[in-house]
Design a protein around this ligand. Structure first.
Ligand code: HEM
Length: 267
């Protein structure tokens, strides 16, 4: 892979050289404070050499023809991060107890906690936004042929991420533990049970037994806030590593005459 040159420092961040007639001033407290951020970053970089990795991640040549549709992956990532942040705040007040606690705690969040209704609304609507975005992103990568060699693994990891996103939606739906949540989950686990071979085992695993009991809620909560987000963070990391390593695919109409599958940069 060709070594990219260090990106130029934007003009706004460059310090203007002193004019010849200007008296040289001593570095005062304000000047030192202005330099503090740079000094801290330099200090960390000297010990970790992370700036090279940062440059590798952030400064890449992109194919000609890159357009707004390429932002859908980052938009999905943003939706995921928003779900993670709002989810942490909800977890501070939510009680995953089927015998009264869950339903009351969600009512308490939406009626009694400062900004609770806003955060709960963001989490609820954010789930739908993420599902829509992940499908649009998948559609974009499919239509642009981005699943082909050498990006098959990026696609396969994407498929697992899609399944996990839907598992998040399924398990999250039960948590308010109102009538709608309860019956929707009874239907969903029954449908899971009708699947071939693994269906009944999967349904029993989700319910925590053959019947929907109080264990089911705790199980869904653990899957929703620990198991699946943990797996998703790891897989998104691998997905983004591959995107950085391989670069993005040029739109099909721009690569009609390319000679090698790696030849995506038409600089
Ligand atoms: C949590 C879900 C996901 C996140 C956060 C995510 C994030 C991203 C980002 C940021 C990019 C680079 C920018 C772009 O091309 O849009 C990307 C590229 C890609 N993603 Fe995803 N993605 C997710 C799910 C999926 C799914 C469901 C698929 C397909 C089944 C998929 C397949 C791909 C492919 C093939 C690329 C390479 C695109 C190219 O080379 O042009 N991703 N992803």
């Amino acid at each position: 892979m060709p070594k990219l040159p260090a990106p130029p420092v934007p003009a706004a961040l460059k310090e203007a050289p002193p004019r010849p007639d200007e008296p040289r001033t001593e570095t005062g407290a304000i000047e030192t404070a202005k330099q503090a951020g740079t000094t801290v970053i330099d200090w960390i970089d000297e010990r970790t050499s992370l700036s090279g990795t940062g440059r590798w991640l952030m400064f890449r040549k992109v194919p000609k023809g890159t357009n707004w549709a390429y932002t859908l992956g980052s938009a999905t990532l943003f939706a995921f991060l928003s779900q993670a942040v709002t989810g942490v705040f909800l977890a501070m007040y939510y009680r995953p107890s089927a015998t009264g606690g869950a339903y009351e705690s969600v009512r308490q969040i939406t009626t009694g906690v400062f900004l609770g209704q806003f955060v709960q609304g963001m989490h609820l609507w954010g789930a739908s936004v993420m599902i829509v975005l992940v499908f649009l992103h998948m559609g974009r990568t499919f239509l642009y042929g981005a699943y082909k060699y050498p990006r098959e693994l990026t696609w396969v990891i994407g498929v697992v991420l899609l399944i996990l996103t839907m598992v998040m939606a399924l398990t999250g739906y039960l948590l308010p533990f109102d009538q709608r949540a309860y019956w929707a989950t009874v239907v969903a686990t029954n449908i899971t049970g009708t699947g071939p071979i693994v269906g009944p085992y999967l349904a029993d695993f989700l319910r925590g037994g053959p019947e929907f009991t109080t264990t089911t809620l705790s199980r869904f909560y653990a899957i929703h806030m620990l198991v699946v987000p943990g797996a998703m963070i790891a897989l998104i990391g691998a997905h983004l590593y591959l995107v950085s390593k391989l670069g993005t695919t040029a739109p099909p109409w721009r690569r009609a005459h390319r000679e090698s599958p790696f030849d995506t940069v038409e600089a």
